[in-house]
Write a protein that binds this ligand. Structure first.
Ligand SMILES: NC(=O)c1ccc[n+]([C@@H]2O[C@H](COP(=O)([O-])OP(=O)(O)OC[C@H]3O[C@@H](n4cnc5c(N)ncnc54)[C@H](OP(=O)(O)O)[C@@H]3O)[C@@H](O)[C@H]2O)c1
Length: 322
């Protein structure tokens, strides 16, 4: 197949492109950065330079590539390191999830693309009620914290646009929080913060999180080119509460246990949304992806994955939150 990968130079893209080439696909890799064309060639893709937010140029790039499938792995996290201003930090990524998705779908319709596989996030977008580990049938948060509203709106927009599309047919992959090589929104900074006990355990640390090694994200995405429909949680087998993964990670780093912060203090200092992410968010189940995509995470638990990362690199784990 001919596969157009939007976001081919990213953490997922850099793993996905060689995986697709090995499987015999012809890959067209999108970047908005001309100097990255060489990297894409090295990965085995035909590079194309265009801005996904520029409708004319991205539609032309899609049409010129004549793909059978489009993969949407776009994000723009510059400015997203201050999680206190969540929606502001994710504004560019939100545009890629709304306008960028529209442009890719328009390009797809221009040239008869059969399928689109697009990313989403598994974790805090789920409604903060009921069980701690959610399936794809569970509702998203009808009333998210004010700081996260626009980001959740963008996630909903993408999911609706992609899954209601008849031509191309669309699949959405809700990835867990990435860790592993090249995942890097706030990698050294966050690790340093955990080492210095500056990431506190808020309240009882009762929020549940799902993690995902970036190699497993790429593998699930490759499988979704040919299998499945609708929405899938792509997460490891080991959802965990913050009260587990945060102290465990600190211990792996040789740091003292995180300090504890009462919810009301955290609310004042960091905002309602960060309190929600640390005390109320839900994780996801990968049962549907296992059944319908025949996907199995090669890194089934973040515990081992984080520990391996700690051994391999000095800067082990990274988290991005959309
Ligand atoms: N990190 C997580 O925990 C997490 C969790 C769930 C979902 N996700 C989603 O998973 C996807 C893959 O993430 P990642 O870590 O691989 O991302 P990444 O490493 O930050 O890469 C982002 C990619 O988007 C491209 N891009 C950004 N703006 C663009 C524009 N205007 N036009 C064209 N290309 C543009 C970049 O291209 P150039 O820089 O080459 O121009 C780059 O290839 C993203 O959609 C992300 O939101 C991430």
């Amino acid at each position: 197949m001919r596969v157009f990968v939007a976001g081919a130079t990213g953490a997922v893209g850099r793993r996905l492109v060689p995986r697709l080439v090995r499987a015999g696909h012809f890959v067209i890799g999108l970047t908005r950065t001309p100097s990255k064309a060489g990297l894409l060639r090295e990965l085995g893709a035909e590079p194309v330079v265009a801005d996904a937010l520029d409708e004319k140029s991205i539609r032309a790039a899609v049409v010129a590539g004549r793909p059978d499938v489009i993969v949407h792995e776009l994000t723009d996290l510059k400015g997203a390191s201050d999680l206190r201003k969540f929606d502001r930090g994710f504004a560019s990524s939100n545009r890629l999830r709304t306008t960028g998705t529209d442009h890719l779908l328009a390009g797809a319709r221009d040239c008869g693309v059969k399928r689109i596989v697009a990313q989403s996030f598994c974790g805090w977008p789920y409604a903060r009620v009921g069980g701690t580990v959610k399936s794809e049938d569970d509702p998203l948060d009808p009333n998210p914290p004010a700081q996260m509203r626009r980001t959740l709106d963008a996630i909903r927009y993408l999911e609706r646009a992609v899954t209601t599309s008849a031509a191309p047919e669309g699949v959405v992959l809700r990835y867990g929080a990435f860790y592993g090589p090249d995942t890097g929104m706030c990698d050294p900074a966050l690790i340093e913060q955990i080492r210095r006990r500056r990431v506190p355990l808020i309240g009882g640390g009762g929020a549940w999180w799902s993690f995902l090694h970036v190699d497993d994200a790429a593998e699930a995405t490759a499988l979704a080119l040919e299998h499945g429909h609708g929405v899938y949680n792509i997460v490891d087998d080991d959802p965990a509460p913050v009260r587990d993964w945060l102290p465990t990670t600190a211990a792996m780093l040789g740091a003292k246990p995180p300090l504890r912060l009462p919810t009301w203090v955290a609310r004042l200092a960091a905002g309602e949304h960060l309190v929600a992410m640390m005390t109320q968010s839900r994780a996801g189940s990968n049962v549907k992806a296992r059944r319908e995509l025949n996907w199995r995470p090669r890194h089934p638990s973040w515990r081992r994955g984080f520990a391996e990362s700690v051994q391999r690199e000095a800067k082990p784990v990274t988290y991005a939150l959309t």
